[in-house]
Design a protein around this ligand. Structure first.
Ligand code: F6P
Length: 496
């Protein structure tokens, strides 16, 4: 069995398939080949898993595709410098990227699944390209699967590929999919003209995972409503469709809490003083927010709540500073461009209103932070504002907890949106926020900044225990225990 997850066999010959690749090779004349790691829980988390295998990770090659560059080969061994698995890149042309990635994935499925279907841009060309790219991924998967492999698809970019690939796999190959974003209620899902095909695609899997039970229930409701030929067993969490059984399960994703705790505990002496000096962070209390620049993350709502807090609590002006780390994301999409402008304008508005020569209320950072700096920032921040308007899980909440000091009197406070999947795990010991309720949100900030030490410590102690118990290995272990459960029957009806 694998030492960390306790699961036998499943990590051998693992084939992971995702849109985003874990390492991006960039080429410039001056620097030669430089390797970046993308932002996001999916790639970072799964890379830790893949390092323990000799498996294959198939992903869109969003690297420098200049064929004269050696690293633009279809297959490269990664991680760079300490290779342990194979990265197989699927190259996509500009039109495919525009219509499949920016189009159907991020202007249809992303808003739809986050319950914001009014933002969805339905376009036949997006859908057709999404189907073609899924077929391209499915063909690539078929090239890499051998008897004994497990195929693990990730996320909403690849809803059709499981059904497409199923026919070509050796008998007994388990197919798993983990959907990293919410699954919407049936009424919302109904807005999608291609809903039936999406459900049909996903029901090609043996195990379909979501972060929390609510998304599983929503998915089963959608199947019952949209696919008359399917038999849905809500109690067992199973669908039988077209002679095939799919188990629908909740696997709340975790973080590598031990590593984050170690990195944060080992931030060098003087880190915090120099970070504060460098970025102009003053005052007795620091709040932090770390997000991709995405309209689901609730950043404008957060700025409104902070503004209300400083408006009503003038004694905290000059004392509470908010550090917002934002990462540019999907910026070819107009809604993301608008959001970027709204956030930068919001920061300026608040800083113009309350800022002084000595104090900048909102310190806004778009620059890259190393893991050591990020976890150091979490460790020293007195509160974290993790307040998306909708989020599948939100691993920042778990990272913040994992990075907190264990010394009594030094624990921070987590403010967490009721609309993040992480609320299921962490809601009891975080301060719950409804991000659009500006007054309630401002009150919660007030409660957090004046919370007695013993209360902070008690809450953080329980949060830490939850985050450590339900970490990345536990998530993997749960997913692969479910895979082992189907390995012999591989989902055919009657094999339990
Ligand atoms: O599931 C959400 C996700 O797709 C994750 O990969 C990651 O957190 C983030 O969104 C990254 O987005 P993108 O791959 O579009 O940059």
């Amino acid at each position: 069995p694998d030492a960390e997850t306790g699961v036998a066999g499943a990590l051998d010959d693992l084939v992971v398939v995702s849109n985003r690749e874990p390492y991006q090779h960039r080429y410039t004349e001056e620097a030669g080949v430089v390797v970046d790691t993308p932002v996001g829980g999916l790639t970072g988390g799964l890379d830790r898993v893949m390092r323990r295998t000799d498996g294959t990770w198939i992903a869109w090659g969003d690297s420098d595709a200049d064929p004269s560059v050696v690293n633009a080969a279809d297959c490269v061994r990664v991680p760079p410098g300490d290779p342990s698995y194979t990265l197989r890149r699927v190259w996509l042309g500009e039109d495919a990227v525009r219509e499949y990635y920016y189009g159907f994935s991020n202007q249809v499925l992303w808003p739809l699944c986050h319950g914001l279907h009014g933002k969805a841009e339905f376009d036949r060309a997006f859908w057709e390209r999404y189907r073609d790219v899924n077929a391209h991924f499915a063909e690539t998967v078929a090239e890499h699967v051998e008897p004994g492999s497990t195929v693990w698809f990730q996320d909403y970019h690849l809803a059709l590929a499981p059904r497409m690939v199923r026919q070509s796999l050796p008998a007994g190959t388990p197919l798993v999919q983990f959907w990293h974003i919410p699954w919407p209620e049936a009424d919302t899902f109904r807005a999608c003209p291609e809903g039936e095909a999406l459900l049909d695609g996903l029901l090609g899997t043996d195990v379909l995972g979501f972060h929390v039970p609510e998304y599983c229930r929503n998915f089963l409701d959608c199947v019952a409503r949209e696919l008359p030929g399917a038999t849905v067993d809500r109690d067992a969490g199973e669908v039988v469709y077209d002679g095939h059984r799919t188990r629908v399960r909740a696997f709340p994703m975790g973080v590598d809490a031990e590593r984050i705790g170690d990195v944060s505990a080992n931030t060098p002496d003087g880190f915090w003083e120099s970070f504060r000096r460098e970025h102009g962070v003053v005052g007795s209390t620091v709040a932090v927010g770390v997000d991709r620049l995405d309209y689901t993350k609730g950043i404008p709502e957060r700025l409104d709540a902070l503004e209300r807090f400083w408006e009503r609590n003038p004694e905290w002006r000059g004392e509470l500073t908010y550090v917002q780390k934002a990462t540019e994301s999907r910026s070819a999409i107009p809604a993301y461009q608008r959001l970027g402008t709204e956030v930068r304008d919001g920061v300026e508005r608040v800083n113009d209103r309350f800022g002084t020569d000595e104090w900048t209320p909102v310190v806004y950072l778009e620059e890259h932070l190393s893991d050591a700096d990020l976890y150091g920032l979490y460790r020293h921040s007195d509160l974290a504002l993790v307040t998306p308007v909708r989020d599948g899980m939100n691993l920042v909440a778990k990272e913040y907890v994992a990075a907190q000091p264990t010394t009594p009197g030094e624990a921070g406070v987590l403010l967490l949106s009721a609309l993040a999947g992480a609320d299921d795990d962490l809601g009891d010991d975080a301060l719950t926020v409804h991000p659009s309720d500006t007054d309630g949100f401002a009150d919660a900030i007030g409660e957090a900044v004046s919370m007695p030490d013993h209360d902070r410590d008690r809450r953080m102690c329980r949060l830490r225990s939850t985050v450590r118990t339900n970490d990345l290995d536990a998530w993997m272990g749960d997913v692969f225990a479910a895979v082992e459960g189907v390995r012999d029957g591989v989902g055919s009806v009657g094999t339990g």
